[in-house]
Write a protein that binds this ligand. Structure first.
Ligand SMILES: NC(=O)c1ccc[n+]([C@@H]2O[C@H](COP(=O)([O-])OP(=O)(O)OC[C@H]3O[C@@H](n4cnc5c(N)ncnc54)[C@H](O)[C@@H]3O)[C@@H](O)[C@H]2O)c1
Length: 366
């Protein structure tokens, strides 16, 4: 019998084994690694001085690692001693008029080292010339090598005894190169020129602030500037000395306002000079009267001859800063003076009675 043509059976598949779905393995929760980004580093020269110390505080508050540098010629470690315990602050005791070496990266350099009061620069004229010329050159070189942005502290003194009022950045100034103030004014004018040259020739990112009279805690009581001089005299029970008739004008900016303006300028993209100051102008006589009222002193105002080349008018035109930086001063003179007076009152009797710097006479060139 013929075999039935049987259709070969399809090979039967082995029944698929049920494979249990893999159980999710419980791994210990991965810890998120906290990667600490190194802080950006800022070099501040003149760190132990009045403005430099306030800049250190501000940049630390903004989260930077601050390297302060100072040779302590007019500054005091007391101004920055509260920072020494911090890991994000370093201090180099160094004269920036000699070669400046800073290991590691730098994001910003702020060059604030320079004697700043007329008595200081009469006393140390050569160092004053060197720090804004050789010192600025050294720091521009450092900025170039590190690819850092540098801001230099210029001054309203570049306008000299001005023939334009108020002074705007277009005004070229009226300076006596060989007068007693020439050592400061001309050094600062050179500083601006070399800073601009490094910008145009080497492409270094540069900023320049022209600072007008600034005041606040950590000024030296005996540095010869009018505000601490008046308050010091009032606190010691001495008469308040006015140089000249007292009709020369000044405009005083509170330090917090200035620091805010500098911070904004540094972060801006403007390489030309910018005035930062408070346009509220007052005569020196009116100012002395304000100090008498503030301190309650019973002393009188006495008059001495005006020092050579003392500027008769000082008032910043801050139109550019307002437009460029959206900045203008906020602290009134009454408010700022109250804080500053409280600071001076808290000083020791020793500091109050330090005689060094008390008068111009000892430092006038023979
Ligand atoms: N305070 C103001 O009203 C005012 C106005 C215009 C310009 N400025 C400028 O601001 C800057 C700071 O002024 P300030 O009022 O804080 O004066 P300041 O005297 O209190 O501070 C200057 C600091 O620079 C240091 N210094 C000077 N020469 C140095 C050098 N060769 N190397 C290292 N450190 C040196 C001093 O020891 C001091 O600590 C200066 O460049 C000044 O010209 C200040």
């Amino acid at each position: 019998m013929a075999k039935k043509n049987t259709v070969p059976k399809k090979p039967t598949k082995a029944p698929a084994k049920k494979v249990a779905a893999p159980k999710p393995v419980k791994k210990p929760a991965a810890k998120l690694a906290v990667v600490k980004r190194p802080k950006e580093r800022v070099l501040i020269t003149g760190a132990a001085g009045f403005l430099g110390s306030h800049l250190c505080d501000r940049f630390l508050k903004e989260g930077y690692h601050v390297i302060g540098m100072d040779n302590l010629i007019t500054g005091r470690l007391k101004n920055i001693e509260h920072l020494f315990k911090r890991e994000d602050f370093e201090f180099f005791h160094h004269d920036v008029s000699t070669f400046v070496h800073v290991p590691g990266d730098l994001k910003f350099i702020l060059h604030f080292a320079s004697p700043a009061s007329p008595i200081d620069y009469l006393k140390i004229p050569i160092q004053t010339l060197k720090v804004s010329s050789l010192g600025t050159h050294n720091l521009l070189g450092l900025a170039k090598a590190k690819g850092a942005r540098i801001l230099v502290a210029s001054t309203s003194e570049v306008y000299g005894d001005p023939k334009v009022h108020p002074q705007n950045e277009e005004y070229w100034g009226h300076v006596n190169t060989v007068g007693p103030r020439g050592v400061y004014d001309e050094a600062k004018r050179f500083q601006e020129a070399i800073t601009m040259a490094y910008h145009t020739y080497h492409g270094v990112e540069t900023r320049m602030v022209r600072i007008f009279n600034t005041y606040g805690p950590r000024m030296r009581l005996n540095d010869g500037r009018v505000l601490p001089a008046f308050i010091g005299q009032a606190l010691r029970g001495e008469d308040l000395t006015i140089f000249g008739k007292g009709n020369q004008t000044r405009s005083f900016c509170y330090v917090d306002d200035l620091i805010e303006g500098i911070y904004r300028l540094l972060l801006s993209d403007y390489a030309g000079p910018v005035n930062i100051g408070n346009p509220a102008e007052i005569t020196i006589k009116q100012f002395a009267e304000e100090i008498v009222k503030l301190t309650g002193t019973k002393q009188k105002l006495v008059y001495k001859p005006l020092p050579q080349d003392d500027p008769m008018q000082r008032q910043p035109d801050i139109t550019l800063a307002k437009k460029l930086l959206k900045w203008q001063p906020k602290v009134s003179r009454a408010e700022g003076l109250k804080i500053t007076y409280a600071y001076f009152k808290s000083l020791s009797a020793k500091e109050l009675h330090e005689k060094d710097h008390n008068s111009f006479e000892g430092y006038v060139r023979k």
